[in-house]
Design a protein around this ligand. Structure first.
Ligand SMILES: [Zn+2]
Length: 339
């Protein structure tokens, strides 16, 4: 049931000094989605970002300070939940505050801030900050699951800095809960359903195999972190929980262990010169698959750059835009004609 397909794609070219060089590229097939990827692995330095070093973004941090998530603003400028979801309008855990997403992408769409601190550099998020923020997300998930158990597909996602898709620089996490899965979640559920044998889960078999492979990163508590065999995004890390299949089953130790793992990966990427990253953690009400997450690093954030591919696109394979096609077409028709 576990398949690790790799082809070596070989050829020759002639270098400027007239010597012939043989090369080998790899094509791998992702065991979960069936998507293929190419890995060259030959580039010694990335010419686009050399010399290395994290960009200084202090000017952007200062220029955007006092945003809607900052201290003094957040309780005045963010929306509140109706009382049947939370009597106080917002979920609070430690320094973390969770409120409705003003730009919702689903039936249940929430934003969690770690704190009112405007900037936390990648690598400086503490495990404790993650524990509170994730704990807050899980409280929200639990509430929605009680109110609307048919909204089965739960995704917790993170964009760190605008070059990973975040609209605001201020550190935050999103929660989206719907009856319909995002594309990756659908593929994940389908894979687990079709490739599991009797009581042997495909994802657990994958995690056990990868834990012993040369792609292993660490096991923290019951979470196994490993590099994806066929990365569909930069430096893709996958994580599987060894026994739990729903967010509702997670206890404080699970959340603490996950937080320790994620922040260790952040420190690794920070030392690679990166400042941006994405994360997703998938669950379903019915426990259709073991808890599964993906993390990936993103191109470093520089002044005023925001990518058009956020965690939804990159981690959940779900295109998510904020421009309505019909409005764009109307605006074109009003003012533009072919010459
Ligand atoms: Zn802020």
């Amino acid at each position: 049931m576990l398949e690790f397909t790799e082809q070596l794609l070989e050829g020759d070219f002639i270098l400027p000094d007239n010597t012939t060089s043989h090369y080998t590229a790899r094509r791998r097939v992702d065991p979960i989605t069936g998507f293929s990827c190419r890995i060259t692995g030959k580039r010694p330095v990335d010419p686009a970002t050399n010399p290395k070093g994290r960009p200084d973004i202090s000017q952007q941090v200062e220029a955007t300070r006092g945003c809607p998530f900052c201290g003094g603003n957040v309780l005045k400028m963010t929306p509140r939940f109706p009382p049947h979801i939370h009597p106080d309008g917002r979920f609070i855990k430690g320094e973390s505050i969770l409120f409705p997403n003003l730009m919702p992408y689903g039936r249940y769409s929430a934003v969690t801030i770690f704190s009112t601190q405007h900037h936390i550099p990648l690598g400086d998020f503490t495990a404790g900050e993650y524990e509170d923020a994730l704990g807050n997300c899980l409280d929200y998930v639990h509430t929605i699951q009680t109110l609307d158990p048919l909204s089965s597909y739960q995704a917790i996602t993170q964009n760190i800095l605008p070059s990973s898709g975040g609209a605001l620089l201020h550190p935050h996490i999103q929660v989206n809960i719907d009856r319909e899965p995002m594309s990756y979640h659908q593929l994940l559920t389908q894979c687990e359903g079709e490739k599991s044998q009797e009581n042997h889960s495909f994802l657990l078999a994958l995690a056990r195999h990868e834990e012993e492979s040369d792609r292993a990163l660490m096991t923290v508590g019951e979470w196994t972190f490993f590099m994806a065999f066929a990365p569909l995004a930069a430096a893709e890390v996958q994580v599987v929980h060894a026994s739990k299949r729903t967010f509702n089953q997670l206890n404080v130790d699970d959340v603490a262990a996950f937080s320790k793992g994620v922040t260790a990966i952040h420190r690794f990427w920070k030392d690679m010169g990166k400042n941006a990253a994405n994360m997703v953690l998938f669950s379903t009400v019915e426990g259709k698959h073991p808890l599964f997450g993906r993390l990936m690093m993103r191109a470093p954030y520089r002044a005023w750059y925001r990518t058009d591919r956020s965690a939804y696109e990159v981690t959940a394979l779900e295109a998510a835009g904020d421009l309505i096609p019909e409005l764009l077409a109307e605006s074109f028709r009003k003012s533009y004609r072919p010459d």
